[in-house]
Design a protein around this ligand. Structure first.
Ligand SMILES: Nc1ncnc2c1ncn2[C@@H]1O[C@H](COP(=O)(O)OP(=O)(O)OP(=O)(O)O)[C@@H](O)[C@H]1O
Ligand code: NI
Length: 324
């Protein structure tokens, strides 16, 4: 296998809260291969966003890193200072787009001002050169008439256009890895579909790797090559996208896939179907899924199972004997 661009090993992360220690990330192992669109899925609260933010070193003040490493092309990002992360990684190596496109654009500046600000930080040079880059960036996300668009303010754009400007802003410095945290949630369904097409085409053109966080299985099937299924702070299955839908192996993945066969494609409906996600303050011991699992046996309550290879590019963390 090619070496992964992002390789998270045994990450443990807690938040200190008034009620006690909240164990949000619990032995997370995640490998993202260069050039792939890699989905990270799981129910609300399972730790997807925390994982994405941690890669960029964006920590809330009550964060405690308890162990592990986050290798980006072999370098441990957890060992870097905030200054190093800002100078060497954020924006020009790793970029991140968030849920609400509108809120990330500054309402009082034009699109040109905002693109120029990003470019000036990472690629100083002549204004004319930067202008050319801005137009290229807007072109690359299929925004019509980039010259005119540069003069506009965010409120003059639709939600879908703002989302594309956000991608353009993020890609202006040509990062190698893009972390997209539920970027389509605030968009209506037709714009969502367009957005996903733009991102997918773009990914092929510019050879960027994308870690795509979502709880929408329809989106997963549209865009992802590989998928990691997360449950209560840990990856329980890592699987090629088509295999996830045709042959999910972990009992939780099976539940996820069967819960979204109807018109509702969001994972969040699962809660009603089969009990709730465990609290992360005093979580269940061993495999955190065992209280909801039909196959649970005594050993599942002792140690969490490690990821085991069941097929090429396909690993499952479960003690069930017959992993198929
Ligand atoms: N600063 C914080 N202090 C305490 N708990 C936090 C903090 N930040 C996140 N959490 C908790 O960590 C857990 C993981 O949160 P996270 O936002 O990563 O979930 P998620 O999988 O992204 O969910 P969603 O699908 O709803 O976005 C949740 O239980 C959340 O409440
Ligand atoms: Ni989230």
């Amino acid at each position: 296998m090619m070496s992964p661009i992002l390789d998270i090993n045994d990450l443990y992360l807690s938040f200190s809260t008034e009620e006690g220690e909240l164990e949000a990330i619990n032995g997370l192992n995640l490998e993202v291969e260069q050039g792939k669109i890699h989905g990270l899925i799981g129910e609300t609260g399972c730790g997807k966003s925390v994982t994405g933010r941690t890669v960029l070193g964006l920590f809330d003040s009550n964060t405690m890193i308890k162990g592990g490493e986050i290798l980006y092309n072999g370098d441990d990002l957890l060992a870097k200072t905030q200054h190093e992360l800002q100078r060497d990684y954020r924006g020009n190596e790793i970029a991140m787009i968030f849920q609400d496109p509108g809120s990330s654009l500054n309402p009082v500046f034009t699109i040109e001002d905002q693109l120029d600000e990003v470019l000036r930080i990472y690629q100083p040079g002549k204004k004319a050169d930067r202008k050319k880059k801005m137009i290229e960036a807007l072109d690359s996300v299929r925004l019509p008439d980039p010259e005119r668009l540069l003069k506009k303010y965010p409120h003059q754009l639709s939600g879908g256009m703002k989302q594309r400007v956000m991608i353009a802003l993020n890609l202006a410095c040509q990062p190698a890895l893009l972390i997209a945290d539920e970027p389509t949630t605030a968009l209506d369904v037709s714009i969502q579909a367009q957005f996903i097409k733009v991102l997918k085409d773009l990914q092929k053109e510019i050879d960027i790797t994308i870690l795509y966080i979502t709880h929408d299985m329809a989106v997963v099937s549209e865009i992802c090559d590989q998928v990691s299924v997360m449950y209560a702070g840990r990856i329980v299955e890592n699987v090629p996208m088509e295999e996830l839908f045709n042959n999910p192996v972990h009992p939780y993945s099976k539940l996820l896939v069967s819960s979204v066969l109807g018109p509702e494609t969001s994972i969040d409906n699962l809660v009603e179907i089969s009990g709730s996600v465990p609290r992360l303050i005093n979580p269940p011991p061993g495999c955190r899924f065992h209280p909801r699992c039909d196959h649970a046996k005594p050993e599942c309550k002792e140690e969490p199972p490690e990821l085991k290879e069941v097929a090429p590019d396909h690993q499952v963390a479960c003690f069930k004997e017959d992993l198929s």
